[in-house]
Design a protein around this ligand. Structure first.
Ligand code: G6P
Length: 500
């Protein structure tokens, strides 16, 4: 094999993800392309390492290109985001036939893997057609990755062994094709996979008709990372039970095809300093300072438990009428995957529920729920996080959940707010000082919100200061460093606070 687990490498990264770290926008008149940057935490942490190590990023640009050779534009000079320094020569675009892409992305990824991996098999559809297209798309990503690897070896002759880092449930099959082709062409590389969503227990995972192929695909890498230990153990268990692999549960090792694959919990963090800075500089958004705001921020997704949350808030107003007129739930729902029926149906359901609850309680001077269905900028979001009394992070299931972490980072006021978190989010695993809330138990959720709203100041201060120091320490740069160390990178220096 051309991959060497012990070979030190300098941290050259070839990132492979469904989406590039920016989307391309085509000007209707001139047909010219420009970049629209993304502000996500992952991009913030990974992009600087790709840029500095002269690495590459392989991914889908968000629109249909005329061909894969269509030149990617450089970033706009005014672009201040972390991807601004990513040269077009560092980007390898993946262009796919729209029908195949639709079947892979909306079909296999979002109608099958998303609900199944979030332990909601009732919502999953299983289609051999979608699966066929998932295989095709993964093969194509692998082909582009090999081209990227060749380009990298040509341009960086003495730069050590690069790491090919494949991300998320869109690309669980790509690694073996990359590995085989790399071996054939004598292109040295080490390979890692990271799953950003939960990995389900065996009983659920095995419902997928091609589950063996998925495991084999992930095991093509030298290391497989998940957010938390539970997901690692689920994966190891599936490898043993589905494939009959020899496994070491204590050290999280799986033997497969004559290789030993390391499985690692790598809980992602946020660009903490950036959120503190945003909270310090963002202007007030909430003008009614007497009104206590209970905040929710989510992509509009059925895993986020929005219906349960709205019902819990309604129950709060029934059980504790003293909050009427004094507390409002501000729910921001970010539009997501609107091509998928389940998401459109959820929007209908939430719209109706908000309407019903508001109709039931609204007075001339107060409405219980303020509902935003839109994208909200980061500065505005930071101001809302900062000034909210309570933040509800109550998903039914969530790989990690970064909203909980962003809220905590923005708590710079002398008397902080309270975080309410579901134990079914990966973040709930470590944020012990938050109030725990089982979103399935509506009446108890109402009790927890009441407790949060009436919590004494000193208790709020104590809980929040502990939550904040953990998130500050385990920020996204820490995650990146831990990953690089786990891959055996020796010359990786601290990327510091380059995230502002
Ligand atoms: C989750 C996934 C990401 C995905 C994001 C937004 O966080 O783990 O891979 O990019 O959702 O979903 P979308 O389908 O719009 O990319």
């Amino acid at each position: 094999t051309v991959t060497h687990a012990e070979t030190p490498c300098k941290g050259s990264l070839i990132v492979v993800s469904n989406r590039l770290p920016f989307v391309l926008v085509r000007n209707e008149e001139t047909q010219s392309l420009s970049r629209k940057a993304s502000a996500g935490g992952l991009v913030t942490a990974v992009a600087p390492v790709v840029i500095r190590g002269n690495g590459l990023w392989v991914g889908w640009p968000g629109i249909q290109l005329t061909s894969e050779e269509e030149p990617i534009p450089e970033s706009d000079p005014s672009d201040q985001t972390p991807t601004a320094g990513l040269k077009s020569s560092q980007v390898v675009s993946v262009n796919l036939d729209p029908k195949i892409f639709d079947s892979y992305y909306n079909g296999c990824c979002n109608k099958t893997f998303w609900p199944l991996f979030h332990s909601m098999p009732g919502r999953a559809t299983f289609s051999s057609d979608h699966w066929k297209n998932y295989v095709t798309v993964n093969k194509h990503f692998a082909k582009r990755t090999i081209e990227a690897l060749e380009k990298h070896h040509k341009n960086n002759k003495s730069n050590g062994t690069p790491i090919v880092w494949i991300h998320d449930y869109h690309l669980m099959l790509a690694s073996n094709w990359v590995r085989e082709q790399a071996e054939e062409r004598k292109l040295e590389c080490r390979m890692a996979f990271f799953l950003h969503i939960p990995f389900p227990p065996w009983d659920i995972f095995r419902l997928f008709p091609w589950s063996d192929e998925i495991l084999q695909g992930m095991l093509g890498c030298d290391m497989v990372g998940f957010h938390i230990q539970d997901y690692c153990l689920n994966f190891v268990d599936c490898c043993q039970r589905n494939l009959g692999c020899r496994v070491d549960r204590n050290n999280l090792l799986v033997e497969h095809g004559g290789r030993t694959v390391r499985v690692r919990p790598l809980p992602i963090g946020i660009p903490y300093d950036r959120f503190v800075h945003l909270a310090e500089t963002a202007e007030k958004v909430l003008k009614t300072s007497k009104m206590k705001i209970v905040l929710g921020v989510d992509r509009l997704d059925y895993t986020k438990g929005l219906v349960n949350r709205l019902q819990a808030f309604e129950s709060l107003l029934v059980k504790y009428p003293e909050h009427r007129g004094k507390v409002s739930l501000l729910q921001i729902s970010v539009p997501s995957r609107t091509d998928v029926k389940e998401y459109r149906e959820l929007k209908e359901e939430v719209d109706q529920l908000v309407g019903r609850i508001n109709g039931r309680f609204t007075t001339a001077n107060w409405a219980p729920i303020r509902y935003i269905y839109d994208y909200v900028g980061q500065a505005e979001l930071a101001a809302l996080y900062r000034d909210a009394a309570v933040c509800l992070v109550t998903p039914l299931r969530d790989g990690m959940n970064l909203v909980a972490k962003e809220f905590v980072a923005c708590q710079i006021n002398k008397v902080p707010g309270v975080l309410v978190i579901s134990p079914f989010a990966g973040a709930g695993e470590m944020m012990h000082e938050a109030l725990q809330c089982n979103p399935y138990e509506i009446d108890d959720a109402a009790e927890v919100i009441h407790r949060a709203l009436t919590m004494p100041e000193d208790e709020r201060i104590l809980r929040m200061s502990r939550l904040r120091s953990r998130e500050q320490e385990c920020d996204v740069n820490h995650w990146m460093r831990t990953f690089m160390k786990a891959m055996g990178t020796v010359e990786f220096d601290d990327i510091g606070t380059t995230t502002m």
